[in-house]
Write a protein that binds this ligand. Structure first.
Ligand SMILES: Nc1ncnc2c1ncn2[C@@H]1O[C@H](COP(=O)(O)OP(=O)(O)OP(=O)(O)O)[C@@H](O)[C@H]1O
Ligand code: NI
Length: 310
């Protein structure tokens, strides 16, 4: 069976000009591989600045001009080039954006959610659908005529979710849908994602919130300095079972129920990533070549201790 989304060895870098107009290539995502099936929620868990939004933008074809994208992104078995991305974004693949600033402050809510229509009939159909989805998400008719500043944070989030659903997407990319929300709205938002998955939509949940990931995801893809270091089943993570990478284990031990055990050090930033394993500096038991050679992601784990491919 074809995967809904298949991301293979994707790297993203930026060309930057430093003093004296020297060109510098800043690699933000390296060799990223992941996949999503229909009806599955895959969480990409990574700290701030680790390249999560860029991954979303790469799939949608909205990277900034100075970004250089390599690797392969397939949707339903077909390679997505820029043209194909433009054709299916906002239709088969929808984004729930990270910031409510994606809403146009000067436009009434219903108008911007519905967007442009080619015929009056299309407009009417979209209006009916918009109202239906808004109703489902507890957005009353008053909301249609409001401006974004009149919405609470939770309402704005629900508007973004409704907008993403208007086109009946097969894949939803939710970029940090929970920060800034109160507990109740967080639960609500996560439940909406679950409902989407129950309707057989694939969901890529981008988050730095480990609890959000544990709450709804089927699998968690763990990001470290722009590398996927391990992909685990959520069930295993909850039970602390089969966690192979030392960073995954450290994340597990930092959970409150495990006593908040913190590890020393920080993730190397782009530009200071070593030639070998990105986790080398923090690893307790590296092998002798771990600081020289870079491990690949093999069988969902990027560590020489498990993949001794000399
Ligand atoms: N246009 C750009 N030019 C140069 N570097 C950029 C550009 N856009 C992003 N970056 C770099 O890419 C890195 C990753 O950005 P991204 O927004 O994907 O992070 P993120 O994981 O989504 O973080 P957050 O959790 O804060 O949303 C940033 O640290 C930034 O340095
Ligand atoms: Ni982001």
């Amino acid at each position: 069976m074809n995967k809904l989304l298949d991301v293979n060895n994707v790297s993203i870098s930026f060309i930057q000009y430093t003093k004296g107009l020297k060109q510098q290539n800043l690699k933000v995502i390296t060799d990223l591989t992941l996949d999503i099936e229909e009806g599955e929620i895959l969480a990409v868990l990574g700290s701030s600045g680790s390249g999560k939004s860029l991954l979303a933008h790469a799939i949608l074809g909205i990277l900034p001009d100075n970004a250089d994208l390599n690797g392969e992104i397939k949707y339903n078995g077909n390679v997505l080039n820029q043209k194909a991305k433009e054709e299916i974004r906002g239709k088969e693949i929808s984004l729930i954006p990270q910031s409510v600033n994606f809403l146009d402050p000067l436009m009434k809510i219903a108008d911007q959610v519905i967007g442009e229509c080619e015929t009056e009939e299309e407009c009417r159909e979209k209006q009916i659908k918009q109202r239906k989805i808004f109703e489902k998400y507890g957005l009353s008719e008053d909301v249609d005529n409001m401006y974004p500043f009149q919405l609470s944070g939770g309402m704005a989030r629900r508007v973004l979710i409704s907008t993403a659903l208007l086109s009946n997407p097969k894949l939803i990319i939710a970029d940090e849908p929970t920060p800034g929300l109160d507990q109740k709205s967080v639960k609500e938002t996560l439940n909406y994602l679950k409902q989407m998955a129950d309707d057989n939509v694939g969901v890529l949940l981008i988050t730095h919130d480990i609890y959000a990931a544990l709450e709804v995801a089927n699998r968690i893809c763990i990001f470290y300095s722009g590398f996927v270091i391990e992909i685990v089943d959520t069930k295993d993570f909850k039970e602390g079972k089969n966690l192979l990478h030392p960073y995954t284990q450290a994340l597990y031990e930092a959970l409150p129920k495990n006593g908040f055990k913190l590890t020393k050090g920080h993730q190397p930033l782009h530009g200071e990533i070593p030639n070998g394993c990105p986790y080398y500096d923090r690893c307790d038991s590296p092998l002798e070549y771990c600081n020289e050679k870079r491990p690949n992601l093999i069988n969902n784990i990027r560590c020489f201790k498990y993949n001794q491919e000399e």
